[in-house]
Design a protein around this ligand. Structure first.
Ligand code: ADE
Length: 255
């Protein structure tokens, strides 16, 4: 499916734009008044932004929760495409806290059915790396670049630097990475990974199964090292919501 023509092609189909995050703080301030639906222990919010019906959802942390939520967004709420926003731990040396990573593809770093399948390969998909929609990701990249260069998000005495929007591989697993040895091992097994989180690959797998275009954007909250837990908590409370809201506003206004 090509997102470039999606708004026109889909305007008559009633499909919604799905916006998903793991934690409430990651979507704080993103939407005004929404109609709420409770399903499978989750809250789904529906609203209209311009000409678009938007359905938002919080999955909670982890891959099963994310897969369940993405499935409901697509199958129950009729999402035609899906955006995932949130935070991640930085892995590549070029990726700093407060930078943004837009995924080109996602991989389950904790999936290993070898010797039955090559390490990381998703059973049934025939691949380890699940590509995001190029057009949707480009729009998200543009929205993030615009936001970082026109707002003061993330500026502080500790981080007065120029923030960068990266594109590349994001890896996911059911583990909060905060041990330097685990981080090093991850860097060894996935040398081109830019960031690590706990949901993206699960959403990618669901979207691939339904043939739904999707994109994933992560702001770097920590360096996945022994300071990760404290850095993560502070970042999620103070910074994650304003980043998401600024980027999403620009993104949705140009759909
Ligand atoms: N999300 C944000 N930081 C993370 C980390 N260090 N490990 C896994 N997921 C994360």
């Amino acid at each position: 499916m090509n997102f470039a023509n999606a708004p026109e092609a889909r305007s008559g189909t009633g499909k919604s734009v799905a916006v998903m995050a793991a934690l409430p703080q990651e979507l704080r301030g993103c939407f005004g008044l929404q109609t709420e639906t409770h399903l499978a222990g989750r809250v789904f919010g529906e609203c209209t932004v311009g000409a678009h019906r938007v359905v938002s959802a919080l999955s909670g942390m982890g891959k099963v929760s994310a897969a369940l939520t993405a499935t409901l967004l697509i199958d129950h709420f009729d999402a035609g495409w899906l955006i995932f926003l949130g935070v991640a731990g930085g892995l590549a040396p070029t990726v700093q806290r407060h930078d943004v990573v837009v995924a080109t593809d996602l991989l389950h770093h904790d999936l290993d059915a070898s010797p039955l399948l090559p390490r990381f390969q998703v059973p049934g998909l025939g691949t380890a790396r699940m590509a995001t929609d190029a057009s949707l990701s480009e729009r998200l990249y543009q929205a993030a670049s615009h936001h970082l260069h026109t707002s003061s998000a993330g500026n502080s005495t500790r981080h007065p630097k120029v923030r960068t929007v990266h594109r590349g591989l994001i890896v996911s697993g059911d583990q909060f990475i905060r041990n330097p040895d685990v981080r090093s091992e991850l860097r060894k097994t996935c040398p081109d990974a830019l960031a690590v989180e706990m949901e993206g690959a699960a959403v990618a797998q669901v979207c691939a199964s339904f043939n739904i275009p999707f994109a994933v954007l992560r702001t770097i909250s920590d360096d996945a090292n022994d300071e990760a837990a404290g850095d993560f908590q502070a970042f999620v409370e103070e910074v994650a919501g304003p980043y998401s809201a600024g980027i999403l506003e620009h993104f949705l206004s140009r759909l």
